[in-house]
Design a protein. Structure first.
Ligand SMILES: NC(=O)c1ccc[n+]([C@@H]2O[C@H](COP(=O)([O-])OP(=O)(O)OC[C@H]3O[C@@H](n4cnc5c(N)ncnc54)[C@H](OP(=O)(O)O)[C@@H]3O)[C@@H](O)[C@H]2O)c1
Length: 371
């Protein structure tokens, strides 16, 4: 992958949802050392290191030679608790922060736990971002989500689509919190000169995903359903919705690589989309998973269940111009993910609760220390 230094990216059309004039000036004035990769001996806090994204970032950092990766489990540090977060930052003094912790879930979890999604995420983002300012973190990467774009955004969705229309109601609580987190990064840059950036990933999947049917996203939920149907010798698998909704899927190892790339090279004020730019219908996705997991199964669509947004795919033009693109084909990523699921999850007689057990197996993550 080409790693040319980058000083700016053309994010095309003006965004009607933001005040742009003063911030463009400020953004330019705070650009430090663009293009200089981070020293792998620097201390890096991965907030949310046991999750899908955080564990992939830890793997990627370790592969890149990083030796001081700071982590803390939710039990050791509740990131919603501002005073605890301040004490932790005071003690640990990270130089770089990947803010990838949060309350995350699929369509049903989002729709039925809106208060929790809004409260938890707002508190986590506010606490960590403020602590990063107070303790002079060199750079922070915040993870937004493609969910935050308006329900009827132009497709593919450019960065400029943000706040141009009503949100998808089934995940409004989550979206509001994510937008607040992004804006916080922008305002901290504007008001305090903090070097905080936002990456906006599409749907993710891969090792350490959540396979609990009550709270998982569509891809791991489908994989588990097909796997269990095969185990029980069932010949049909029921899929929520009509199967026509279109989504984009990015392997989490690609995302982690992109986060490290952006931490090294992106200094822009505006959030930047991270995806493949390629979408598939849920029906097509189900077919691919069926062929990998349980080829003899028949698909049944439960049309009484919601589809969510009709189409969601990111415009990744800006990221491509920066010099990064995803490399994992969906079929390969699904096979890799199913291999992991079978070995690490299903073979243990998994229930949703086993995610806790799995978290303890993530390679070399530590508590309140460095790896
Ligand atoms: N998954 C996706 O498809 C997707 C797509 C776009 C954006 N994102 C964004 O990516 C980020 C990570 O998502 P993910 O899929 O990796 O989620 P995940 O697998 O559920 O992991 C969430 C992580 O956050 C930690 N966490 C949650 N609440 C916490 C709290 N109160 N205090 C401390 N730690 C807490 C969890 O810690 P414990 O393990 O200790 O519980 C876990 O490590 C989120 O910001 C999400 O919005 C995800």
């Amino acid at each position: 992958m080409e790693q040319s230094p980058v000083t700016e990216v053309d994010l095309d059309a003006p965004n009607p949802g933001r005040r742009s004039t003063d911030r463009e000036t400020v953004a330019q004035s705070v650009e430090p050392d663009v293009g200089a990769p981070i020293d792998p001996s620097a201390s890096v806090f991965v907030a949310g290191h046991r999750g899908l994204v955080g564990s992939a970032i830890v793997r990627r950092l370790k592969a890149g030679g990083f030796t001081r990766i700071l982590t803390a489990t939710r039990q050791e540090l509740d990131l919603r608790d501002q005073s605890a977060v301040m004490s932790w930052f005071d003690e640990q003094r990270p130089t770089y922060v990947y803010l990838v912790a949060g309350t995350v879930g699929g369509i049903m979890a989002n729709a039925t736990r809106q208060a929790e999604f809004l409260y938890d995420n707002m508190m986590i983002h506010a606490s960590v971002i403020e602590a990063a300012r107070r303790f002079e973190v060199e750079k922070l990467l915040y993870l937004g989500s493609a969910c935050v774009y308006p329900r009827l955004s132009p497709q593919p969705m450019p960065e400029s689509a943000l706040l141009t229309g009503p949100l998808e109601p089934t995940n409004e609580g989550y979206s509001l919190a994510k937008i607040a987190g992004m804006r916080l990064c922008e305002f901290y840059r504007e008001q305090y000169g903090c070097n905080f950036i936002t990456a906006m990933p599409t749907n993710l999947y891969g090792q350490n995903d959540n396979f609990d049917l009550a709270s998982s996203h569509v891809l791991p939920a489908l994989m588990r359903k097909f796997h269990e149907a095969k185990q029980r010798n069932e010949s049909t698998v029921t899929i929520w919705g009509t199967g026509s909704a279109r989504r984009e899927f990015l392997h989490v190892d690609d995302l982690a690589d992109c986060c490290v790339f952006l931490m090294d090279r992106y200094e822009g004020e505006r959030h930047i989309n991270v995806g493949t730019g390629i979408d598939h219908s849920i029906g097509e996705l189900a077919e691919m998973i069926r062929s990998i997991v349980h080829p003899n199964a028949e698909l049944v669509f439960d049309r009484s269940k919601p589809d969510g947004m009709p189409r969601r795919v990111l415009d990744v033009t800006a990221l491509t111009r920066l010099g990064w693109r995803a490399t994992t084909e969906l079929a390969d990523g699904l096979t890799k993910t199913y291999d992991w699921y079978r070995s690490a999850y299903a073979e243990r007689g998994a229930t949703g609760a086993i995610a806790e057990d799995l978290a303890g197996t993530i390679e070399a993550v530590t508590t309140r220390g460095t790896t």
